[in-house]
Design a protein around this ligand. Structure first.
Ligand SMILES: [Zn+2]
Length: 470
């Protein structure tokens, strides 16, 4: 592993004898003089003309650089101005990337696979001869759906142009028609699901073809579990696609609630599963049982219900039973929910097996805060700005943020004089120093929990004292 230095993490402040810098350029030169590798093509430029000229110069050198780049970054040189400009969430106002066009390469299509997604959607995927493009080796490119596959008319054996930019999914830009082998067959969407054999149907007016197998289809079951377990849903750390493949393929689990009935013996019986990692999964599952209503609703994987809709539903109805019982008309009263989404929610909860899954998850001990309805819930932290830093002992960053926001607080990315509280965990960095510098109240997790309970809003526990207790 090698790196180029381009900034500072935590350093001793100048007033305590640490180094002081006025400009970014000066900082880089100093780092270089100390022996850290610094990119030699850094320059100071003036105005838009200077920046564009630099962008063009580096663009011409792009292929001869000893590393891949997808653009250059312009930064305000004066560190005082950088501090003054600050951040919008995680994005600095004093730096901006100027990208180069996506890179393209030629390769051949080895095969066209059809993959089955969580909602049964069939996606044709071109399997490519490995090709290095945009900094990674690409072996797959999505063809999206039947129409798109037909429009591009990609065939097995074709030579194609592949493009990849940043972290975007690679795509086939076009086919070199003169290189098509004789007898290459046009791709057609199968009328059966390649995984479970159920009928694959394209509804009138829809672009997508779907497997009708529902939870009978193991591909859909696997995707449903991964969706439920993802970080933005109920978050089961360590439950990735390889493990879910094994669990479903070996018949250890068939439904979502089966996850919570897993034992160490069953886990340890899987290939490559050490007892320690088995225990970690069980712990992560246990931890995931305490969630929030929006995360749970999102995790169920109801079609058209993303995170924002799940939050809106929780806010409007306040509890799961009310959501499950809501008529289409009642659902339409929720801000931003239209007829298609309302219908989709109603259809989901009208299916007996979906209600069964919800009941079983509850029976397995899943709980969430009911009664989060904003109109009625007390907002002990309304108008307060809170900054999170470091790792808290039990709450994840997202959990802490969710709970603060539910209590009416605004969670900000950087500390200012207007910050009311900084919640600091292990390895807290410069935000903690800033909090001390500005005299902002610093809390640990226990202090945060007390704050959320509505206790001590005006008199938060002394952090030094709680540190001693810990
Ligand atoms: Zn299927």
């Amino acid at each position: 592993m090698s790196f180029y230095a381009y900034g500072l993490g935590e350093i001793t402040p100048p007033e305590q004898g640490g180094p002081a810098f006025d400009t970014h350029f000066q900082l880089l030169q100093t780092l270089n003089s100390w022996g850290f590798p610094v990119v030699s093509s850094v320059e100071r430029a003036q105005g838009a003309t200077g920046l564009v000229a630099y962008h063009e110069r580096i663009g011409a050198l792009r292929d001869s650089l000893p590393f891949d780049i997808d653009g250059v970054v312009y930064k305000v040189d004066s560190l005082a101005l950088q501090r003054q400009m600050g951040f919008v969430t995680r994005e600095p106002r004093w730096a901006i990337a100027h990208k180069y066009p996506a890179q393209e390469q030629l390769t051949t299509v080895l095969d066209i696979d059809v993959q089955v997604g969580r909602t049964g959607k069939l996606t044709p995927v071109a399997k490519l001869a490995p090709v290095f493009v945009g900094g990674v080796t690409v072996t797959n490119a999505t063809l999206h759906n039947a129409d798109e596959a037909r429009r591009k008319d990609v065939r097995v054996g074709d030579t194609v142009i592949v493009r990849r930019a940043g972290d975007v999914i690679p795509e086939v830009v076009g086919v070199l028609a003169n290189k098509r082998p004789a007898g290459a067959q046009m791709f057609t969407m199968p009328d059966r699901c390649p995984v479970c054999g159920s009928a694959a149907v394209r509804e009138p007016g829809e672009a997508d073809t779907r497997c009708t197998g529902g939870l009978f289809c193991s591909a859909q079951r696997k995707q449903a579990m991964l969706h439920f377990a993802q970080r933005r849903a109920v978050e089961v750390e360590g439950l990735g696609d390889k493990l879910v493949d094994q669990l479903v393929d070996t018949g250890v689990i068939n439904t979502l609630p089966d996850l919570y009935r897993l034992g160490l013996t069953a886990l340890a019986s899987l290939d490559r599963m050490a007892e320690k990692s088995g225990q970690n999964i069980l712990q992560a599952l246990e931890k995931s049982k305490q969630t929030t209503l929006p995360r749970f609703l999102f995790g169920l994987g109801i079609r058209h219900v993303g995170e924002a809709t799940a939050k809106a539903l929780a806010r409007h109805f306040g509890g799961l039973d009310a959501v499950m019982a809501a008529t289409q008309e009642q659902l339409l009263e929720v801000p931003d929910i239209g007829p298609i989404v309302a219908q989709s929610i109603r259809t989901f909860f009208d299916q007996p097996h979906n209600r069964e899954v919800v009941e079983q998850l509850r029976a397995c001990g899943m709980t969430w805060d009911e009664g989060e309805r904003t109109a009625q819930a007390p907002k002990p932290l309304a108008g307060k700005t809170v900054v999170l830093t470091g790792t808290l002992p039990t709450l994840s960053r997202d959990q802490a943020k969710d709970r603060l926001e539910a209590a009416g607080a605004k969670v900000a990315g950087s500390v200012s004089k207007k910050t009311h509280y900084v919640v600091a965990g292990a390895d807290a960095g410069s935000k903690l120093d800033k909090a001390r510098e500005f005299g902002v109240k610093v809390l640990d997790e226990a202090g945060l929990l007390a704050l959320l309970d509505g206790a001590g809003v005006d008199d938060p526990p002394n952090p030094e004292k709680t540190d001693d207790r810990a």
